[in-house]
Ligand binder design. Structure first.
Ligand code: ADP
Length: 328
């Protein structure tokens, strides 16, 4: 038997992503629109364990749609991984009369939500917020589009300095397990080569390709490398290897790092976050639980959390071909 939902809780957890605030705003306002009460939980599961909560209303989320990061703050919470920690969290769920929980985060946060749901029966729903776009059950995660725009803007600037000298730039972008950012931003920024975790290009092929470009008249080039590139070498090791074999280039390395997570969310991410937040509240009210909201063919869909966590979000291999063709 399901209890009627009167009050929902919402938190942001795990790695932050631009657009999380827009998602929070949408959840709070959709709750207000449907006459639900909404409690915000600060610092993810840590705040749930410590009862760091605040009752929200439609006006509590004014002027945040354009803000990066998360005003609720995010945290990695070791205690929530223990039965004891989750028991304390559930005591606060009861104390605050929270009937259902909205979790904005990545697959780690969803794993925690799923376990919590199975132990205490509280309805949970996930909203995918991560710049990596590596979650099964949605073609886009909140924050990914903004991160892509941040990366191409940075590479455009690097290109200016690269062409002023005969420089070969190696740019490392985020993506330990997924090459979405590297592949898409790489094409968007006109990179010469793109190295990703999903495909092993091999250093010799990279060298061959750069030599070919150099022979065809290119005096500078940009190579985009995902953190978790399949060669198993980091950006500095790859750059060193190439420098040794191509002495006529000045080789430089640029690690974009955490700037990729920040900044005002793009329009796409704001709209996506708004749609997902509204859909999450509506789905809870329809009795859905243990699912994640996602977008597919521009429609809102639901995927069981278990599937979203286990499934692999695949890169579009056709993009590799497109990149190869365009660097002729
Ligand atoms: P993300 O959600 O971005 O993938 P994490 O993997 O750090 O980030 O997960 C965020 C939080 O979710 C963790 O700090 C922890 O509190 C909770 N969590 C992750 N995995 C589990 C798990 N197996 N059991 C319980 N809680 C978990």
């Amino acid at each position: 038997m399901t209890t009627k939902i009167k009050r929902i809780g919402v938190l942001t957890s795990g790695g932050d992503a631009p657009g999380m605030n827009a998602a929070l705003r949408a959840v709070v306002r959709a709750a207000a629109y449907t006459s639900l009460e909404c409690v915000a939980i600060y610092r993810g599961y840590q705040g749930l364990i410590e009862n760091d909560v605040k009752l929200m209303n439609a006006r509590s989320v004014n002027n945040i749609i354009n803000k990066g990061g998360t005003i609720l703050k995010s945290a990695r919470c070791l205690e929530f991984r223990t039965p004891d920690g989750r028991k304390r969290a559930f005591e606060n769920i009861k104390k605050n009369n929270i009937d259902a929980l909205v979790v904005i985060g990545g697959d780690g946060s969803f794993t925690g939500a799923m376990i919590f749901q199975s132990e205490f029966g509280i309805p949970v729903i996930g909203i995918p917020g991560t710049i990596d776009n590596d979650i099964y059950g949605t073609t886009r995660t909140i924050g990914y589009d903004t991160a892509l725009n941040t990366v191409i803007e940075a590479i455009d600037k690097i290109r200016d300095t690269a062409i002023s000298h005969n420089r070969l730039f190696f740019v490392e972008v985020m993506g330990r397990d997924a090459g979405h950012i590297a592949l898409n931003a790489g094409i968007g920024a006109g990179a010469e080569e793109i190295l990703i975790p999903e495909e092993d290009m091999g250093l010799d092929r990279l060298l061959e390709s750069l030599k070919h470009s150099e022979k065809s008249g290119k005096s500078s080039s940009i190579v985009v490398i995902a953190e978790g590139d399949k060669t198993g070498k980091n950006v500095f090791e790859i750059a060193q290897y190439v420098e040794k074999n191509m002495p006529y280039y000045e080789v430089r390395v640029s690690v974009l790092g955490h700037m990729q997570r920040g900044g005002s969310p793009s329009c796409y991410d704001r709209v996506l976050a708004s749609r997902m937040g509204v859909f999450a509240v509506e789905s809870l009210l329809e009795g859905q639980s243990n699912v994640m909201v996602g977008v597919s063919n521009d429609k809102m869909i639901l995927t069981p959390l278990a599937k979203a966590i286990k499934g692999k979000s695949k890169i579009d291999k056709n993009l590799i071909r497109v990149s190869d063709i365009l660097t002729v």
